[in-house]
Design a binder for this molecule. Structure first.
Ligand code: SF4
Ligand code: ZN
Length: 314
């Protein structure tokens, strides 16, 4: 007897989901991913029926998959709206192709979007920033600059579009890696702050949601493949040295041997978070004296970074 899909019991399976034991056909696999995203949104109360959600799309498989799925879900809620943003950090030979792919997807799905570059927002491309930092022989890593400046850029874009939520395509892999990264950095308190949906802490900070936080990265890749989504697959030239890469390989090896372990790490962090949250001070956010964006201190991290870069250039 030929084998059939665990769910529909008709078609031949094309994917074996190791952690659940299911063997799925193409259609049931894709539906299971969409269903997972719907369930995650409901579980964490990520969206309200009249939200305008801005989706941050890098042009990689995760963000283009998220765009496709949220576009589909949006059709079920007549009062909900979606739009998208692509941040162009200015990484030569890498970002240009990704921006093109993102724009093609927006046109195909007829989605309102903006492309915002570091250059127009801050006066420097990430390449220029990396070069300045390299010449100085100190400063942050390109990824650290990139992270701080991209988060701000996304928030600015979301506010401009009057979006009430900002969705990023962090997968279960990203979330499990972040938990271990925070542990390895000795930054246990950060575990309490990284959440599938951020709290409302300041009127100027659009709440961020991660609807793919319970989907494995290999499954977003497979979804993209089955749906014939064209995405950029070349890695960022700055990605090579980060500790995150070592953690990624380690977690992938562990998941292979012990299916479900990434989810266990993610769930453990949720429990730690619940315990930590009680003793965590809920500090009020202030307004940066230079740019007026929300900040913990007197001056925000972005203005600090830009000030540092300027001093060096002169
Ligand atoms: Fe930015 Fe680092 Fe990601 Fe490259 S790998 S896009 S530098 S955060
Ligand atoms: Zn500032």
């Amino acid at each position: 007897m030929t084998e059939t899909c665990t769910v529909c019991k008709r078609k031949p399976p094309v994917y074996f989901r190791k952690y659940s034991g299911e063997k799925l056909c193409k259609k049931c696999f894709c539906e299971s991913i969409e269903e997972k995203v719907r369930a995650t949104i409901a579980k964490y109360e990520m969206l309200e029926f009249n939200d305008k959600t801005m989706i941050a799309v890098s042009g990689g498989k995760d963000s283009l998959t998220l765009l496709r799925i949220l576009h589909k879900i949006e059709q079920e809620f007549p009062k909900a709206e979606i739009c998208a943003v692509t941040i162009d950090e200015g990484i030569k030979g890498y970002r240009d192709e990704a921006v093109k792919l993102a724009e093609q997807a927006y046109a195909e799905l007829d989605i309102e979007y903006t492309v915002l570059s570091f250059k127009e927002l801050y006066g420097y491309t990430l390449d220029e920033i990396a070069e300045i930092a390299r010449k100085r022989g100190k400063g942050l890593t390109p990824c650290a600059y990139c992270g701080v400046l991209r988060r701000r850029a996304m928030n600015i874009a979301a506010k401009k579009a009057n979006a009430t939520k900002l969705a990023t395509a962090h997968t279960l892999d990203d979330e499990a890696q972040t938990v271990l990264l925070n542990l390895f950095h000795g930054d246990v308190w950060r575990i309490a702050r990284v959440k599938p949906v951020t709290d409302e802490v300041h009127g100027g900070l659009v709440r961020r949601i991660k609807p793919l936080c319970e989907v494995l990265e290999r499954e977003t890749a497979l979804y993209a493949y089955f749906k014939k989504i064209r995405f950029q697959s070349v890695p960022c030239p700055y990605a090579g040295t980060a500790l995150r890469n070592d953690i990624r390989s380690m977690l992938n090896r562990m998941e292979e041997k012990h299916p479900g372990i990434k989810y266990t790490v993610f769930r453990s962090a949720e429990k730690i978070r619940e315990a930590l949250e009680e003793s965590l001070e809920k500090g009020e956010l202030r307004t940066c004296e230079v740019c007026g964006e929300p900040t913990v201190g007197r001056i925000c991290k972005v203005c600090e970074v830009l000030e540092e870069l300027r001093i060096n250039v002169e």
